[in-house]
Design a protein around this ligand. Structure first.
Ligand SMILES: NC(=O)c1ccc[n+]([C@@H]2O[C@H](COP(=O)([O-])OP(=O)(O)OC[C@H]3O[C@@H](n4cnc5c(N)ncnc54)[C@H](OP(=O)(O)O)[C@@H]3O)[C@@H](O)[C@H]2O)c1
Length: 197
């Protein structure tokens, strides 16, 4: 089972729809359980892979609150460090990435960081082909391999291993570049890595 903390947002909804289309069982977590949404804690308890799809400012606190529900589980941080300044997207990377903050707040979780370059808008259009890769990083090779399998279900491209969790500091900022590209071209751009074997 795959849980999505904050799965009621655009990104979580798109991810859930795409994973379900491939036969995966998905539980959507919310702060206000209703209808098909369960509590975030229940989504964690009943899942073995948990996507953290909440706004960047709340991700560390959420990981701390849920830390005992996350022990031993694979946790995927998709949060980007983009903020809007005078209406323009900019990336403000702190000394630690958001994914590293999650790993610090939930020390027994197996944290993988990724999917930052997938636009929530195109993700949510579940029937639209996503001609792009997902970039992942993390310190647990087995967890990364499992999340790569899910990544390759939801995009047409491949899951590219960008290295250890520390790389998340730079991955989380790429979204600001893409948002500026999108503004220039009125698009929802993604990324393909070329030249790989
Ligand atoms: N937007 C993009 O194109 C994009 C691309 C790549 C990655 N991301 C990342 O994906 C994540 C989710 O994006 P999104 O656009 O789906 O976000 P969002 O709609 O702003 O938030 C997702 C969910 O988080 C919960 N939430 C909101 N405020 C919260 C708070 N203060 N504390 C705890 N939970 C809160 C809400 O669910 P409940 O009210 O049901 O609890 C909300 O539906 C973000 O971290 C973002 O950086 C976004």
């Amino acid at each position: 089972v795959i849980g999505i903390v904050g799965g009621s947002g655009d990104f979580g909804q798109g991810l859930a729809g795409r994973l379900r289309a491939h036969g995966e069982e998905v539980l959507i977590g919310s702060r206000t359980p209703r209808g098909e949404f369960v509590s975030n804690a229940e989504a964690c308890d009943r899942s073995d892979i948990i996507f953290f799809s909440v706004p960047p400012a709340s991700i560390e606190g959420m990981a701390r609150d849920l830390q005992f529900h996350l022990a031993g589980k694979i946790v995927v941080s998709v949060a980007t460090s983009v903020v809007f300044r005078d209406g323009r997207p900019v990336a403000e990377a702190g000394p630690l990435s958001l994914a590293e903050l999650v790993a610090r707040a939930a020390p027994d979780a197996r944290v993988v960081s990724g999917f930052h370059t997938v636009s929530a808008k195109t993700f949510a259009e579940v029937d639209r082909r996503l001609d792009e890769d997902v970039l992942l990083c993390g310190d647990d090779p087995e967890a990364k391999a499992r999340v790569s399998e899910l990544g390759e279900m939801v995009v047409e491209g491949r899951a590219v291993d960008a290295g250890p969790l520390v790389v998340s500091r730079w991955l989380e900022t790429i979204t600001a570049v893409l948002l500026n590209v999108n503004r220039r071209y009125h698009a929802h751009a993604g990324i393909r890595i070329t030249g790989l074997p």
